[in-house]
Design a protein around this ligand. Structure first.
Ligand code: PMP
Length: 355
């Protein structure tokens, strides 16, 4: 499908203060849009960013058919905009779509649409190390209908936002013994909006108690560690680096997958297995818990400083964290083009004619 491009004649780029980029607030000039008519995707276009009208009976508003992705583009040393494993984001978007009864998108076209938009917006990619153009592809139902059934029509859209470097301080986590994020058979593996809405109230309670985020435990026994906010978790136990297995209730993070591959290539023993919260506390008591960190597109690797559960708490020395530090440098370096990409994970975001 051809992508029709209409450029803005009043760019906002010269009004942006690239030294001060609050996350999530500044959008670039253009967006990609197309609609699904019940049979196929139509009218693929890049146009100036604008608001959409929403009918009061919009199905997504009432019943939540809404999914999204989150990825980043960076600019390499040659000034070429680069994407990181975009085909995996296409796959995950389609997995989310299938789970939510929404139409899939040809993965090659998904990557082509992102490339075309990012290429057009390359002036919006911040240059500073660790900064990036955040890319948000999303899809939502657009039928006007009240009643619980899948929508027939949908809109798919991509917007991009310049974001500054993420100076992550060590995070403190509260393992919830009351609220759950997901259970196998639910929608925890889908990147669907309702998962995030459901996390807001428990997160608010955790913040009121002085924690940054909730550490989600499994919904059957409140025993096994799942993930945190928008990050998967890694635990360094002496000579083993462990991460919770994908049991249908954890988002399959692309940073998580990349970390596992990098660490295994380096000869580390990485396991994907059930990790109980008791094991984490016991390992810490025995001096065997060396590092805990989160893995996600936003912060890449985020060190964990504190974990609380019931009436117990552990404090970790999050200042050293050699494994998390190495992984962050590796991914940031791959994106910037300063670490050689031997695995073919990065790809240039080319304009449609160049594809
Ligand atoms: N878990 C959740 C719930 C998330 O929203 C994210 C962010 N997409 C992640 C984990 C990390 O995934 P990724 O590495 O693909 O960004």
């Amino acid at each position: 499908m051809e992508i029709k491009i209409t450029k803005t004649d009043h760019s906002k780029l010269d009004q942006v203060d690239f030294d001060n980029l609050p996350f999530g607030q500044i959008s670039s000039d253009h967006m990609f849009v197309m609609e699904y008519d019940g049979t196929s995707w139509q009218n693929a276009r890049i146009e100036p960013l604008r608001t959409f009208e929403i009918h009061p009976s919009n199905l997504a508003l009432h019943y939540g058919q809404s999914i999204f992705e989150g990825m980043k583009a960076s600019i390499n040393r040659e000034g070429i905009p680069m994407l990181f494993r975009p085909e995996l984001h296409a796959q995950r978007m389609n997995a989310s779509a299938e789970r939510m009864c929404m139409p899939t998108i040809d993965p090659e076209f998904f990557v082509e649409a992102i490339s075309a938009l990012v290429n057009l917006e390359k002036g919006w990619i911040p240059q500073e190390d660790g900064s990036a153009l955040y890319i948000r592809p999303f899809m939502y139902a657009i039928d006007h209908f009240l009643g619980v059934r899948p929508s027939i029509t949908y809109r798919f859209c991509i917007i991009t936002l310049p974001v500054g470097p993420y100076y992550a301080k060590p995070v403190s986590l509260l393992a919830s013994d009351t609220y759950v994020r997901a259970i196998p058979g639910g929608v925890g593996e889908a990147k669907t909006s309702g998962n995030y809405a459901a996390s807001l109230y428990p997160s608010k309670l955790a913040q009121e108690q002085g924690f940054d985020q909730v550490l989600w435990l499994d919904g059957h026994e409140f025993k096994y560690v799942q993930e945190v906010g928008t990050m998967n978790l890694f635990f360094v136990f002496e000579d083993e680096i462990a991460t919770p297995d994908n049991n249908g209730a954890v988002l399959k993070g692309i940073t998580r997958r990349s970390f596992i591959e990098i660490l295994r290539d380096k000869g580390h023993r990485v396991t994907e297995r059930p990790i109980s919260i008791d094991e984490v506390f016991d390992a810490h008591a025995q001096g065997k818990l060396k590092e805990v960190f989160g893995a996600g597109t936003a912060a890449v690797a985020s060190t964990v400083g504190h974990i609380a559960h019931l009436d117990r708490k552990i404090d970790l020395d999050a200042t050293a964290n050699p494994i998390a530090r190495f992984l962050k440098a590796e991914i940031d370096g791959l994106r910037a083009g300063t670490v050689e990409d031997t695995r073919g994970w990065t790809m240039p975001a080319l304009a449609p004619a160049q594809v």
